[in-house]
Write a protein that binds this ligand. Sequence first.
Ligand code: AMP
Ligand code: GLY
Length: 421
Amino acid sequence: MKILVIGSGGREHALIWKLSQSSEVDKIYCAPGSAGIAEFAELVTIAPHQIEELAGFAAEQKIDLTVVGPELPLTLGISDLFESRGLKIFGPNRDAAQLEGSKAFAKKIMTENSIPTAAAGIFSDAPSARRYLDQNPAPYVVKADGLAAGKGVLICANREEAQSAIDEIVVKKAFGQAGEKVVIEEFLEGEEASFMVLTDGDTVLTLPSSQDHKRVFDHDQGPNTGGMGAYSPAPIVTQIIEDRVLCEVVTPLMTGLKRKGIVYRGVIYVGLMITKTGPKVLEFNARFGDPECQVIMMRLRTDLVPLLQATVEGTLRTVRPEWYPDPAVCVVLSARGYPGSYETGTEIRGLENLKDWPTGFVFHAGTSKQGGRWRTSGGRVLGVTARGRDLAKAVQEVYRGVNAISWDGMHYRRDIARRAL
Ligand code: AMP
Ligand code: GLY
């Protein structure tokens, strides 16, 4: 079969790496892809937001299955468009993708269905938002409603900070249209975890738990990033927590969506805070996490194709994936300056040392290749990923991989998975 993957990051490289091992796959295309992805897939120069062009390409090439990596095309309705043309696509439709596309929508559906989450108010003007601050104690978490590339969440220690966050979002429109509405919520304390499920609208299939590392520096210091590393499983997600998330979050969410006439097909990413009183939802995403996807793919023993196909076709109850019990760890190598403005074009050394790495793989997130030499081209550059017999071995193995790579200005966290060790 022919597969088209949309996106260009480490997540898409991991999906394609896994897809390329399937005996069912004859050809993989990736739009737009990256120099790293080009080793497994033919690159197509169409951007993820060009959904008409993507549908045209899929029809012309008779693509059997399209897999959407990032959220933007989902919120633009790429799945509705493909389905209207009889093209199979993995990823929720536009209404369902609102779960990620609008934090106000997500908050409403959680409230309506008694899903545990931070108490919050939703506002479309600054005076009513400010009034909420009068009535509720600090600290506050102020969020732009729409997609803001991970930058639309501001943690505010006091009223003054929250007021200027509201001004930035609602008055100055720092995040453009994403700031038409603002969500202000209670600050939750605890440990974060990522919980992903596949669903075809009826059956829910739980994927292994994982944990991201959002801050740029060790010991969770510095600004938030897209994610500096991940590991799976996350020991904080015990069987009891998993059962509670399914029962208190996923099941009522599915019921709530159905009541709105929404059929969700794809992956639901639940960003959790494990608080003293149990799991609470921080956010939903309508796609695989990045870099969580890298460690999940590294732990998937069986073929990915039947899982994606069954999700799309509504037959998820018939598939039983198998997972390696061995933990996996991903360490993101980033460019100097990230998550602010960063350097690009720096030569990367040492990648050839890891070409035939039996227990790991280096996923590319932002690289280019010129004259046989790899160069940096993004903020997150590489995701060095490895599996080990236990978590300590996986950590040891992944940092052995990291130590083989270098460039001027290369940055990474040295404490990925340390919390779990
Ligand atoms: P979000 O995109 O909504 O998940 O927010 C990004 C990050 O902000 C999360 O991963 C948390 O680290 C933090 N965050 C969001 N909401 C809260 C909250 N209510 N309490 C504490 N931290 C939060
Ligand atoms: N790693 C968090 C995310 O993909 O949103």
